[in-house]
Design a protein around this ligand. Sequence first.
Ligand SMILES: Nc1ncnc2c1ncn2[C@@H]1O[C@H](COP(=O)(O)OP(=O)(O)OP(=O)(O)O)[C@@H](O)[C@H]1O
Length: 535
Amino acid sequence: LQCPVSVSCSENNTNILELPPSVKLPVHGIDHRSNSLEISDPEECLPELFLRLNYSSSLFYPFKSIRFYGTYQTPLDVRTNVTFFNCSSRGKPLPCPIHVADNYDLVDLNLVSCKKLVSQLMPVPTSMLQENSIRLIWNTSFQSDHQCFVPCNRGKRKHKVHESIILQTAGAALLLSILGALYLIYHYYRNKGEDQQRVETFLKNYEALNPTRFSYANIKRITKQFKDKLGEGAHGAVYKGKLSNQILVAVKILNTTEGDGKEFINEVGTMAKIHHVNVVRLLGYCADGSHRALVYHFFPKGNLQNFMALPSNKERFLGWNKLHQIALGIAKGIEYLHQGCDQRILHFAINPRNVLLDESFTPKISDFGLAKLCPKNRSTVSMTAARGTLGYMAPEVFSRNFGNVSYKSDIYSYGMLLLEMVGGRKNANSSEETFQVLYPNWIHSLLEGDDTYIPIDDDGDFRIAKKLAIVGLWCIQWHPVHRPSMKGVVQMLEGGEEQLKVPPNPFESAAASSSSAIIPARCLNLELEVIPETD
Ligand SMILES: Nc1ncnc2c1ncn2[C@@H]1O[C@H](COP(=O)(O)OP(=O)(O)OP(=O)(O)O)[C@@H](O)[C@H]1O
């Protein structure tokens, strides 16, 4: 919409009504209720301004009427002939040299010495022009266009308020967005950093969990040219070594002359899968030409065999509580091998020499050269040759006539180990061949109170010894199905001994008939049918 008039804001925050061609009049208030605004001339010479107006009917659009003296209102299209006079020639300076007069005023003596300028049809009566203040009323139909009359101060202020609100809101929004973006960036990089850290930790752990392959030159360097020999087993010598200042290792150099490397593959393949507090960790291996070696953590206390002693042996006897803890640890390690991995791991060489002890006497099952992996859903395994340690070997491993070989064969070996822990084999003066039969027999007498060989004074200690003995006897039952699982063993060891029942003595008849028999007479009968194992 084209407005010939416009209201704008001056620099000093005053509404200015601009009339064509360039008459600017200060507005003294816009009243939207009466649709009017008041104009006046700061120079107090309104007639001069009207003189400058190039008056036409559309000049005041959208104003429809004009009001003066507060009440007197006249439409703008009703025009009066107004004569303009310049009275400056009267000698003294006047605040407003332009005077107006209508036909009636022309006789006004005040105009006698004034110069007539022009006569014009004007919408504003002379009396009003002389008032210096008029109120213009705009057409109500123009309501929708009254943006032409946005009050300056309020408008501007409102505008300014709006603007400042918008600016503030925009600023706040911008600030928030920046902060949000910074937060997101920070989070992104932090998460990325954490992810990176996680990945690195994982890789580190993964590397640590997986055995490292060493060259033979490295093995020589680690063991300082095989300087410190820890001992010698059936498959090779073990040397002490150092991976770093913190990590001491035991390096087992396997005899390369024997076997086809199966034990090596077996041990590395099995150990790489195993991570349990009661099983030794394989840190690395060496397969360099014909050289084969296995690298383990070094355990300063050596193996459990060193501590198989009677309570009277103050130097080596560990105390019943510790022995109980060791027995429980070994049981948990075997339970893990039997149940904790994707495949069942049967050790087949559980004996005190294959249980190493760390500085706090935590037992670690070692030596997996004879171990066998088998699917969990298969309860028995095929075995072409007897494997294990004499004295700890289950009867079915020795001869299939006693049943099928299964994880229960490890239970048997563990049972023998428990009985040995109770009695201290070395002190029982029995040879490897006889102790398998004599020991359980002797333990039975001990439990029945017929034997005073082991001096156990303390009631609590006796209870532990009795518990270990009863659990051991259950584990060495002839019939594999009568032996408990390792889970059952752990439960028995953790429970009270009063609930434990002493099992029948499997060697009773054998021990009575021959003190030097390795296998009880009834078991020597090769005609015995194979006992299929069910659990
Ligand atoms: N990680 C180890 N830390 C400390 N000593 C160890 C470690 N591994 C083995 N030994 C010691 O080295 C010696 C030889 O151990 P190795 O396992 O080769 O043979 P063994 O178990 O005694 O006999 P076998 O090979 O017939 O089972 C043992 O005295 C054993 O205690």
